[in-house]
Write a protein that binds this ligand. Sequence first.
Ligand SMILES: C[S@@+](CC[C@H](N)C(=O)[O-])C[C@H]1O[C@@H](n2cnc3c(N)ncnc32)[C@H](O)[C@@H]1O
Length: 281
Amino acid sequence: MAEPTAIGLVCPGCRRLEGGQLVVSALQAGPLGLVCPGCGRDHPVVDGVPIVLADLDAWLQSEGPALLRRSDLEPPLLERLCLGAGGVLARDMARVQTYLDASDSPLQRWARSLLDESGGPALDPSGSAALDPSGSAALDLGCGVGSGDERVLGLDLHWASLQKARGPVVLADALNPPFLARSFELVLALNLLDSCRDPGLMLQQALALVAPGGRLALASPFHWQESVTPRSLWLRPEQVEDFLRAQSVELTRGEAEWSLSLGPRSEIRHRCVTWLVRLAH
Ligand SMILES: C[S@@+](CC[C@H](N)C(=O)[O-])C[C@H]1O[C@@H](n2cnc3c(N)ncnc32)[C@H](O)[C@@H]1O
């Protein structure tokens, strides 16, 4: 298996098993930002955010216009143009605001306490997605606008959210994450389970990223939507718990509230099931 570079990112497009061995290519600096020396795929870096996907074109076809959103326009002008443009630009305005205006909830406080326990800073102070070579890093899968905590590397598929995140981020797919297995001491996956297209695969990938002795923090309100996750892949909390119990040495289940803002006088409150999973050394 290839050693990670200082960048710590591997190509999600050409990772494969050959004769029972996992073959991965560590990304290198390239003309558009990063490039895979194995398959030649470009992984562009835009505004400092690496976009590391197996199928960049598929993502660009639906989300690409968001990359062209200008940051030099006055907010009211930008808002007017984006709303008029429709598509992902209009959708993003409402979606991002829902998260930015949300009040601090118990779920976020729980995540912060886990980060405090795991120490840090774990990431390169340059603010790039470079990981500390000691391997003691935290990763937030499906981070959205992020926790605001600069000790954690955020990963999401949503460009407009990542633009609002503080700290290092990478645009990538949590179902095919661009990292070597067992790379992180703490992996957060908060409200991603019922927001992704394959929750079972997400669980497997999230656990695979946790270093021996490390932890996975999982939370979900189990609010399934057929437009996001095919019904056949929906999971009940008991199914998640059985899966986690089979993998971990320690499993702690709890509940935590998580709020989102609908407007100045409205909010949605979710009661999430939480699990803290500790793996064996
Ligand atoms: C409900 S939001 C939760 C955001 C944040 N974790 C929180 O708790 O506030 C779910 C996030 O997961 C992201 N997401 C969904 N599927 C994903 C995938 N396959 N890879 C990466 N991010 C994904 C969405 O873009 C969205 O930002």
